[in-house]
Design a protein around this ligand. Sequence first.
Ligand code: BTN
Length: 243
Amino acid sequence: MTWRVIHKEETISTNLDARLGSAWDVFTADFQTAGRGRLDHKWLSRKGENLMMSAVIDVSDIASDLIATFPLVVGLSVSEALGRFLPSSVQARIKWPNDVLVEGRKIAGILCELHAGKIIAGIGVNVLQTEFPSEISSRATSLSLLLARNSCIKNPSVTEVRDIVLEHIAANWSVWRKDGFAALLPRISVLDCLKGREVSVLRTDDDASAVVGLCDGIAQDGSLIVAGERIYAGEARQSRPIT
Ligand code: BTN
């Protein structure tokens, strides 16, 4: 399969544009007027500096329990793609369920939505932005900031990052569809930044209770195991920064 990229200079949200798309369409924009994150957060991104895209994935023949694991497949794809641009000493890591962090700071966010039998995989990657709003500046990073700190002179373009991320999604989608999530789990676990740490997870899959304890990583059904409990949806927090 090949991706078909549909680009706009400005849009409300590429995840909204993607609702009208077909499988393997990718909607991108230089700027979103109402970019959305998980849990009703806003996704703020400076014009033309970052990757904002929504890929449409056909999952009509895939069981719903497997579909639930797809955001982690996207997280793996983005982490591995970013690894192609970063020096080997700097690792992009997956923070369950939907973030990609480098050195404890968020470089990418993922918002997967199910619409009309398709997954809309919305992905925001900080590529060239070097200044962030004060409320997130201590928690955000970008490829440009990381490369500059590691004395790398040349930044990739937003389009180069887009193409490498899409290449990884397509490759990982094939494995996931044929062999299931378990086939990708060892690669996800290696990049899992919560595994082996004391974490606090605010559950959103039940009564918004917090589960605190040792994280044993991600299970074969995509849930996070904390203090022996399986958590299917939530927001992981930590008392100490995640590295
Ligand atoms: C998160 O971290 O909460 C998820 C952020 C997802 C942002 C991307 S940018 C492209 C796509 N369009 C949106 O409105 N959101 C996603």
